[in-house]
Ligand binder design. Structure first.
Ligand SMILES: Nc1ncnc2c1ncn2[C@@H]1O[C@H](COP(=O)(O)OP(=O)(O)OP(=O)(O)O)[C@@H](O)[C@H]1O
Length: 784
């Protein structure tokens, strides 16, 4: 939908569309990846990007680059154009990181020559860029002059080393505002109770399965409140925080009731319980839990239907009979319309897990079809809606499909009762219904042949929640008690290096860290996967020591600490999605780059950090994303990236009782001081002064950014891929709901700076968009 509102003219070569990495890991299956791997190998052998000159003695003439000097790789001629000094190269020293950093003039003062002023990274287009030192042909196709190796032998600012062409990363950035996080009373939910499952009147085999197979003994709060209600045959609307055990809260009563059914259930009875979930991974996960619960009750057959699987095989399984059916909405509708053997006359249970998401995803029409088909079946049934963020909009669904539902709100501070105390700049901002991010479930392949369904008691289409009334009190959401929530304000240009530095800090200098990074589009996920893998993974000259002087001689055979990058998004093939899901579930450390396809319901063990590289479309989605960590009473942390223009989002979250503490950009970037791969040419390591340390850090950040840019600009294809990723980011930026447009608006997006965070040296000239009207029209159309 939003696609149509953008008229972006990137003409990426068609063949490039086929470039994908495999299994989410970085594997060279395509040309671009091969090139990047080649670059990686060069680095791995200690050559960095100046390998060709490693053994050549630097000469004074090597210090400069002139028009006679061709660039260094035959692959790069077209990229070797000179960039204007103002926007492409600069000294690092003059730009403040934030208002708190020394002002340019102050910094200058710090770095007087008599105070060992650092050698400025050259501004001059006559100096060698890291790329320029790679060898190859110049603009005029002439041979390069010899360039010295930028590796130092003495630990000092190597005389004879090339200057590094630096991007103006720290210049012309908007000021970082000081963040006055409003004080918020967070809603609390006690996860566990002291009550055992044995107190419920469950079948002994079910009880034994809970204890032995699922290793659970005490009930969680939501289980204690929900299971008796459902066992009593009532409908329920269940809201409790992420990772609090909602799956068992509905799974146990279903299994308990079906195993006791008389006459004994047969496969041929068809579906008796239907569980609808918004994503395939969640469908698979819920199915696996039900399989475990059903271990002692072999006559009850569970099954799963989801987009991406073979319909024929699913039809065959439906024909044989499935008693507890888990499905994504799109695929279920597909079968309702096309599979004769799907019969709902016996359905006694309808569970809508992540019920609000199922509506948000634009599945309301699907849900109407499902409800009509169930009603046509005519059997009385229990209906249960569950989510950590059930909102008012869901009550309409409850009206349609439920009978006097019992409301289970685990929070100690039920919404509407307590008005949290706030100070600061809080303001009420209500999010309207979310725009659908088209890729999310990847169910687009569902072909629905319009076969007539004859509903006995047709239900009206489930209406989406109307746009929030400004005066309405926003929903208060509970987040896990042991979740440490952080935010960092990062100017656009520095986003990529900040993300990379954060990943390095967690995955290279700490162990056992499992990170999930949320990104706003599939293309950006793919792009980041390739780029981060190429730059951060497996460089053998990496030194993990804090100071260069202590750098050990290159260790023979000591493997570099590899970072396991994976990715998950809706444009992936189904098998790949499942493999990645399993792999990330089982690994003990790694980074999962993903879209919101992984935001809901997934129970991935031991995730330590959630990074929201792009802010979510709503506070509810924020809650679900961070809820992938700190589950079931465990500890976990989250980090939200905001640009200076987006800082007001902190207030929006505060209005939903979500409170964040600020991390400083400098603190995140400071990890680069420990990584010698990104060492610049200054002798900052020998100095203790704060200004020198900061200068060193900036230089290293620039080296890192230059690595990214070199990889992106290694070929026209990779430039096009970066542009496509940027384009997808811009498109996603248009999908923030109107209630958040004052924070996330294209007008406040600096394209040139955003381009930098995609490793592009310039803002693409042909990227245009019609930001306002048509986007709005689309959104209104969507609301009708
Ligand atoms: N009573 C219990 N004791 C210990 N662990 C439990 C208990 N109940 C559930 N768990 C575990 O807690 C984890 C989270 O459960 P579940 O995925 O059902 O949470 P949820 O509330 O549905 O989360 P979300 O809102 O994110 O979907 C799972 O690993 C599950 O095995």
């Amino acid at each position: 939908m939003a696609d149509e509102t953008l008229m972006v003219n990137f003409s990426a070569p068609k063949k490039f569309k086929a470039y994908k990495t495999h299994h989410g890991s970085f594997k060279a299956r395509d040309k671009w990846a091969q090139k990047k791997q080649a670059a990686l190998k060069r680095k791995a052998s200690g050559e960095r990007l100046v390998s060709q000159f490693k053994h050549k003695k630097p000469r004074p003439s090597d210090q400069t680059w002139d028009s006679q000097s061709p660039p260094l790789s035959p692959k790069f001629p077209q990229n070797h154009k000179k960039h204007s000094q103002s926007d492409q190269t600069s000294t690092l020293k003059s730009a403040p990181l934030s208002p708190k950093s020394p002002s340019p003039s102050k910094q200058k003062k710090h770095f007087q020559p008599d105070q060992e002023q650092p050698t400025p990274v050259s501004l001059s287009p006559q100096t060698h860029s890291r790329k320029q030192t790679q060898g190859g042909q110049g603009p005029q196709g002439k041979k390069p002059q010899q360039a010295p190796d930028r590796k130092r032998s003495d630990g000092g600012p190597a005389a004879g080393k090339p200057a590094i062409k630096t991007s103006s990363l720290f210049k012309n950035n908007p000021d970082i505002p000081s963040v006055q996080a409003p004080s918020v009373t967070q809603l609390k939910e006690k996860v566990f109770t002291t009550d055992s499952f044995a107190e419920l009147d469950l079948h002994p085999h079910l009880l034994a399965t809970l204890n032995k197979v699922l290793s659970v003994t005490s009930m969680t709060s939501v289980q204690k409140q929900t299971i008796p209600v459902l066992l009593a045959g009532k409908d329920a609307v269940v809201r409790s925080q992420t990772g609090s055990g909602k799956t068992l809260a509905y799974g146990i009563p279903i299994v308990q009731s079906l195993q006791a059914a008389e006459p004994k259930i047969k496969r041929s009875d068809g579906p008796l319980a239907l569980i609808v979930v918004p994503t395939r991974e969640l469908a698979q996960q819920s199915f696996q839990i039900l399989q475990k619960l059903l271990k002692p009750f072999t006559w009850i057959v569970p099954g799963v239907l989801m987009g991406g699987e073979k319909r024929k095989a699913e039809k065959a399984r439906l024909r044989k009979g499935i008693n507890i059916l888990v499905s994504t909405p799109g695929r279920l509708v597909d079968h309702i319309k096309n599979t004769l053997s799907i019969v709902f006359s016996s359905v006694r249970w309808l569970i809508l897990d992540e019920a609000d998401r199922t509506l948000d995803l634009g599945f309301e029409k699907d849900l109407t079809v499902i409800l009509n088909a169930l009603n046509a079946g005519g059997s009385p049934r229990q209906n249960v809606l569950l989510s950590a963020t059930l909102t008012e909009g869901l009550s309409r669904l409850a009206d349609i499909s439920m009978k006097d539902p019992v409301s289970v709100h685990v929070s100690e501070d039920p919404a509407g009762v307590h008005v949290p105390e706030r100070t600061g700049r809080s303001r009420v901002v209500c999010e309207g219904r979310e725009e659908q991010r088209a890729e999310v479930e990847g169910e687009g392949e569902v072909e629905v042949a319009v076969a007539p369904v004859a509903p006995v008691a047709p239900v009206a289409p489930v209406a989406p929640a109307p746009a929030c009334d400004k005066a309405e009190q926003p929903e208060r959401f509970a987040v896990p008690e042991k979740l440490q929530q952080h935010m960092v304000v990062v100017p656009s240009k520095l986003r990529l290096v900040c993300l990379a530095a954060f990943i390095l800090a967690r995955c290279k200098f700490e162990s056992g860290q499992k990170l999930i990074v949320f990104v706003s589009s599939c293309e950006a996920v793919e792009f980041l996967l390739t780029l981060l893998s190429a730059v951060l993974v497996g460089q053998r000259d990496a030194a993990d020591t804090p100071t260069p002087k202590k750098t050990p001689p290159k260790s023979k055979g000591a493997p570099p600490k590899a970072i396991n990058f994976l990715r998950l998004h809706g444009n992936m093939k189904q098998e790949e999605r499942m493999e990645v899901f399993q792999e990330f579930s089982q690994c003990t450390s790694g980074v999962l780059l993903c879209t919101d396809v992984a935001a809901r319901g997934l129970d991935l063990p031991q995730v330590t950090w959630i990074i929201q590289y792009n802010p979510p479309l709503s506070a509810a989605e924020y809650v679900h994303r961070v809820g992938r960590t700190a589950r079931i009473g465990a500890e976990g942390s989250s980090l939200l990236f905001l640009t200076p223009a987006e800082v007001a989002y902190v207030d929006v979250l505060a209005n939903h009782n979500i409170s964040l503490s600020e991390m400083k950009l400098e603190d995140i970037l400071s990890v680069l001081l420990r990584d010698e791969r990104f060492r610049g040419r200054g002798r900052w390591d020998s100095k203790k002064r704060q200004a020198a340390v900061e200068q060193d850090m900036r230089e290293r950040a620039t080296v890192l950014q230059t690595d990214f840019e070199n990889i992106v600009h290694a070929s026209e294809e990779s430039v096009q891929t970066a542009k496509k990723a940027l384009q997808s980011f811009v498109r996603a930026y248009t999908t923030y709901p109107s209630g958040l447009k004052h924070i996330f608006h294209l007008r406040s997006l600096h394209l040139g700076h955003a381009a930098k965070s995609f490793g592009l040296r310039d803002a693409p000239k042909n990227l245009t968009h019609t930001s306002g009207d048509s986007t709005r029209k689309d959104r209104n159309k969507d609301k009708k």
